[in-house]
Design a binder for this molecule. Structure first.
Ligand code: NAD
Length: 340
């Protein structure tokens, strides 16, 4: 019989984590998942109804800064891996109130690393017996690289140049994770991913906002001139990339995750409105596009992000599979069900 190992997933009630957990439980039958989530405004157990009663799944409500709780969980469940999603994730919130971004993203990541080090290792570069394979997977963002002009791509060698309190807090956490590899030999991997879209994303983010406002017949706010470009990745493609890196990534390495799918905000809003016009016509002769309104730009708004995913594609054989139009259609359908 195959041995069951426990993995601590943090932030599993959020957008990406709650897509990841069902995917992972379904794909592997030799892992138990302990989902530690503080259930901030961004997390919801509604996202996890499909696994609620799964025999290899357990939810724990708590904060990644609660060192005592972390030590209890590592001990109690004999944690053999960490996949760390928990974060404050909304750039606009980080502009209004940066404190919690430092607290959760920087300090929280540090607290988790310290717990893993204490529990798994007896000295720098020396694992406790039975813990040699234990891995800490840090989930991060392409925003740490700052902004691009019309040309060029972020690679794993691009220097960090974060511009918002959100991206700088993620950049800081990436650096601390890196140091735990170089200083202590902790088995870490970091992935820096581009913008995700798909089911279960919080209402505050771009795509849900466009759908929500359109259905409410309200102005659809788009920042600045609407030409900010992001490299959009379907959330399940991201989950598969995490799976590949968690299992096959090289210790201490960083992998960028992207799908070569650059879209500006206005293009996305148009695409969604056209879909809604077909799926749920607003009124004869009218289009949801009429609701699109350009609003005062976000301060420090990065112009363009684009990832060169060559490393993960060539070294780990992962490649984004979802076609953008199909992915957006599924996403719009999911929100139609939610908002109606
Ligand atoms: P999200 O905001 O939807 O979810 C974050 C989750 O973390 C929530 O469930 C929240 O309750 C939990 N959380 C927050 N603070 C916590 C704390 N102190 N202790 C325990 N749990 C806490 O975020 P998301 O979009 O799912 O992003 C997950 C991770 O992926 C983040 O680290 C983010 O930086 C990264 N990321 C996101 C994207 C994206 O497009 N969404 C892209 C690249 C990287």
């Amino acid at each position: 019989e195959e041995k069951i190992n426990s993995i601590l997933v943090t932030g599993g009630a959020g957008f990406i984590g709650s897509n990841f957990i069902p995917y992972f439980l379904e794909k592997y039958n030799n892992y138990r998942i302990i989902n530690l989530d503080a259930l901030t405004y961004a997390g919801s157990l509604n996202n996890l109804q499909e696994v609620e009663h799964h025999p290899r799944y357990k939810f724990v409500k708590g904060d990644i800064n609660n060192r005592q709780l972390l030590e209890y969980l590592f001990e109690q469940f004999n944690i053999k891996g960490v996949i760390h999603f928990a974060a404050e994730s909304h750039v606009d919130n980080s502009i209004k109130g940066p404190d919690i971004f430092i607290e959760t993203n920087v300090k929280g990541t540090f607290t988790l690393l310290e717990t893993a080090r204490k529990f798994w290792m007896i000295a720098p570069f020396k694992y406790r017996e039975g813990y040699e394979q234990c891995r800490f997977h840090h989930i991060s963002t392409d925003e740490v690289y700052g902004t691009l002009g019309e040309e060029g791509y972020f690679t794993e060698e691009t220097p960090y140049a974060p511009n918002s309190p959100y991206s700088s807090s993620k950049a800081s956490s990436d650096m601390i994770v890196r140091s735990y590899f170089h200083t202590y030999g902790l088995n870490v991997v970091t992935t820096n991913c581009s913008n995700n879209y798909g089911p279960k994303q919080h209402d505050e983010k771009l795509i849900p906002t466009v759908i929500r406002k359109a259905l409410a017949n309200e102005h659809i706010p788009i920042y600045g001139d609407g030409k900010n470009v992001r490299d959009w990745l379907y959330v399940l493609d991201h989950c598969q990339a995490i799976d590949a890196v968690y299992h096959r990534g090289v210790c201490g390495e960083v992998y960028n995750i992207g799908s070569r799918n650059e879209q500006n905000n206005l293009q996305i809003a148009h695409m969604i409105c056209e879909l809604l016009d077909r799926m749920k016509p607003i009124a004869k002769g009218r289009s949801y596009k009429e609701l699109i309104t350009l609003v005062q730009d976000r301060p420090g708004h990065d112009r363009r992000y684009a990832i060169d995913p060559k490393k993960i594609e060539t070294q780990l054989g992962w490649k984004a599979e979802e076609n953008f139009e199909d992915g957006i259609r599924k996403t719009v359908q999911w929100y139609l069900n939610k908002y109606e």
